[in-house]
Write a protein of this length. Structure first.
Length: 513
């Protein structure tokens, strides 16, 4: 194989002309003939026994070309791309056959390459960070959540139903004395105060005891989904079977022993505080990362081929399908359930995918500028982490994950860590951040107003200039040309020039003697 030429046809698009010797092509044709001869019927020969020349005479000289070219193309293309030192960013390649005979196999392949990238200043980027201090109230709230999760439902026997209780009821509804469709149920569970039923229904259960039978009078909302019931008064016959409540355990050392690995409440509180502080630090770090990423993307200069975005969307679709499979669902079932088309799903991922592509290009350029290199030891550490995370042998992980891809991922993460580490960070309280955001929003509104006013002023100026030009041109167009040796009074004008012309006419007119 030889790479005959490399021509740039447009931005990020190159055409490679590749030549394969005729002898190599002939060998591929012979192999294609042997692979496919059993499919051909040639008169005078048993099936699969006809010589190649007879098959080509009956079915065409190029009958085996496609198979032969397909067998040669992958290796030839890989060598050509490597020799050209171009980096392809799409799987689809436009193919054009130029020559195929005993002399040579020549084809042209048009490929899309990664764009040239220019990044803005990435050192000393400014960012705000909010790290919320952990309070005792926050720790108490976490304990309450733990208490709620470990509560148990118990039947109430010594009191009436109250808000928050879980009840089981039978009911049947009537409008104008007639039962209506959907207005009857038995053993219906209901949490009082949940708003599950129409307004007023749950309130009238409160105060009743298990075993009570009573009436509930309500009025359906004016915008009720069943139009035949909207705005109408209704009477429900209700029987209350059960009243249950959630019994919460006491938060003490015994509770702590039951729900955690700790022995005392103080130990659990200390652990909760540590976790909340770590979470606050992570949120602050994520806040900084979001800001520097936005600045990197905004400053990026590159003509990015759409193929890069489409390929990233493909990757995100595959990742989404994998998550669905983990939940026991495939993408077709998901689309049916949501009523969404695959095109709409792809479009919903476009903005995120485009940001991912732009960020990756930025970070790869910074890796290049900073000379960031990932050592074999660092790569091995990452393989080990993945093996532990997925609970599989490290050799299996290495078979599943391309080492060069992983090395690239580590490098861009190191670049991002470098940028965050060099960022100029301002620590703010939540209140300070809110004030700053409000001030920035107000400034944006002022700038937008100024832009609108400037555009209006420019438009008005253009309109005024146009009117003045029209006013100056109009008298000259309307003034009649003077006739030879004859003077007529000037026509009446409304402009200053017309008035001057009239005065001139009066001065030049002959006086009577």
């Amino acid at each position: 194989m030889s790479l005959k030429s490399v021509n740039k046809v447009e931005t990020n698009r190159y055409q490679l002309e590749v030549e394969i010797p005729g002898s190599v092509f002939e060998e591929a044709l012979e192999k294609a003939y042997r692979r496919n001869i059993s499919r051909f019927n040639v008169p005078g020969f048993r099936k699969g026994k006809a010589p190649r020349a007879f098959v080509e005479k009956i079915y065409g000289q190029d009958v085996f070309y496609e198979d032969a070219i397909n067998s040669l193309y992958p290796d030839a293309m890989e060598q050509a791309v490597e020799e050209s030192k171009l980096e392809i960013i799409q799987d689809h390649i436009d193919f054009e056959l130029v020559q195929a005979d005993k002399e040579a196999l020549i084809f042209k392949a048009t490929i899309t390459t990664k764009p040239e990238v220019e990044v803005g200043e990435y050192k000393g980027l400014k960012a705000d960070r909010v790290v919320v201090p952990v309070t005792e109230e926050m720790i108490d709230n976490e304990l309450k959540k733990l208490q709620e999760r470990n509560g148990r439902i118990v039947e109430v026997e010594d009191r009436a139903a109250a808000e928050g209780d879980n009840v089981v009821i039978d009911f049947e509804g009537f409008v104008d004395g007639e039962a209506f469709e959907g207005g009857k149920a038995e053993d219906q569970p209901l949490t009082l105060g949940s708003g599950q039923f129409i307004p007023g229904f749950e309130d009238q259960i409160i105060g009743h005891n298990a075993g009570d039978e009573f009436d509930v009078e309500v009025t359906f909302p004016e915008k009720y989904h069943a139009e035949n019931l909207a705005g109408k008064e209704a009477l429900f016959k209700v029987k209350l079977h059960e009243v249950k409540t959630r019994e919460l355990p006491e938060i003490d050392d015994e509770f702590v022993k039951d729900v955690s690995e700790f022995d005392t409440l103080d130990e659990l509180r200390a652990d909760i505080k540590e976790k909340l502080e770590s979470e606050a630090v992570r949120e602050g770090d994520n806040m900084v990362e979001d800001q520097v990423v936005n600045q990197l993307i905004d400053a990026l200069q590159a003509e990015i081929p759409n193929a890069m975005f489409e390929r990233r969307i493909d990757d995100n679709i595959r990742n989404f399908e994998a998550r669905l499979r983990g939940q026991g669902m495939d993408v077709n079932t998901y689309l049916q359930y949501t009523g969404m088309q695959i095109s709409a799903l792809r479009e919903s991922m476009r903005e995120q995918s485009e940001r991912q592509v732009k960020l990756r290009l930025c970070l790869e350029k910074i890796v290049e500028k900073e000379g960031i290199a990932v050592t074999d030891e660092r790569l091995e550490e990452e393989f080990q982490k993945m093996a532990e995370a997925y609970n599989m042998p490290i050799e299996r992980v290495k078979n599943l994950v391309d080492a060069n891809d992983l090395r690239g991922d580590i490098a861009v993460q190191q670049a991002l860590d470098l940028i965050k580490g060099q960022a100029v960070i301002t620590d703010l309280t939540p209140e300070d951040l809110k004030k700053k955001q409000e001030a920035e929003k107000a400034m944006e509104e002022v700038e937008e107003t100024q832009e609108v006013l400037a555009e209006s002023a420019e438009k008005l100026s253009e309109e005024t200039a146009s009117k003045e030009e029209a006013a100056e041109e109009k008298p000259a167009e309307e003034k009649p040309a003077p006739k030879k040796r004859t003077r007529k009074p000037a026509a009446k004008k409304t402009t200053a020039k017309a008035k001057e012309a009239k005065e001139e006419s009066k001065e030049e007119a002959p006086k009577a003697e």
